[in-house]
Write a protein that binds this ligand. Structure first.
Ligand SMILES: [Zn+2]
Length: 235
């Protein structure tokens, strides 16, 4: 393995890593993620409001039925001919009438409460829909801004990629493959120098003695901790 050449390649590749990191940390990406969260929450709220709204409507129908029935009973009672009734019958009828009137008042109160509930759910839903629309518009804007950022980095990226193609010719295919695999796993730098005769140049983990003697033979070992390739510095 020719360490010098892969190190040259890695040095140039750092430019690409920087671009990738810059895009990964783009404020528009972060903002978009936040907006997607807001949208997700608003969408869940909307479903919840829909369920609540439907329940209110169902309750409303049930109470309406109950109200109509009770009102019909009252009309029947009011239509009775009182003159042919005994005193006891009149008293009983009177008591039923009062009870029905009381029930109607309760039902009316329930109507009012349901009506308030429906109004409040309706206004909540209007707000939720506007929150979703607002998020969508802003997400679109973030995406556009991010694309612009990406586009602006393209010439620099192309230049580095061109340089890498040239540098790659001096690296043996086995080393290149090893490098690419680590790089794809998000490991960078891939090759690091051994420090103070025993430590990984990236994570500072002390390497076992067996590995260090192996390093003398092969020129490269893998750090057990961070999985980077460690090479011995030139003397
Ligand atoms: Zn390490």
């Amino acid at each position: 393995m020719n360490i010098e050449n892969i190190l040259k390649y890695q040095k140039a590749d750092k430019g690409l890593v920087d671009i990738e990191n810059r895009l990964k940390k783009s404020p528009y990406k972060a903002k978009e993620a936040e907006l997607q969260n807001t949208k997700k929450k608003a969408t869940a709220d909307y479903r919840d409001q829909e369920v609540r709204g439907q329940k209110f409507l169902k309750d409303f129908e049930n109470i309406k039925k109950n109200f109509d029935m009770t009102e019909k009973k009252l009309k029947e009672i009011l239509a009775k001919d009182v003159s042919s009734m005994s005193i006891e019958e009149i008293e009983r009828t009177q008591a039923i009438k009062e009870k029905i009137e009381h029930n109607l008042k309760i039902l009316q109160k329930m109507f009012k409460e349901l009506d308030d509930g429906i109004s409040s759910v309706t206004s909540e839903r209007i707000k939720t829909v506007s929150a979703v629309n607002d998020s969508n518009a802003k997400i679109g804007l973030c995406k556009k801004k991010f694309e612009e950022e990406e586009q602006s980095l393209l010439p620099e990226k192309a230049k580095i990629e061109k340089d890498l193609k040239v540098l790659e010719k001096d690296v043996d295919s086995e080393t290149m493959e090893k490098y690419r695999k680590k790089r794809q796993d998000g490991i960078f730098p891939v090759f690091v120098e051994l420090e103070m005769g025993a430590y990984c140049g990236f994570c500072r983990m002390e390497q076992p003695k067996v590995a260090l003697s192996h390093l003398k033979e092969t020129g490269v070992i893998t750090c057990e901790h961070c999985k980077r390739y460690i090479y011995a510095p030139k003397k």
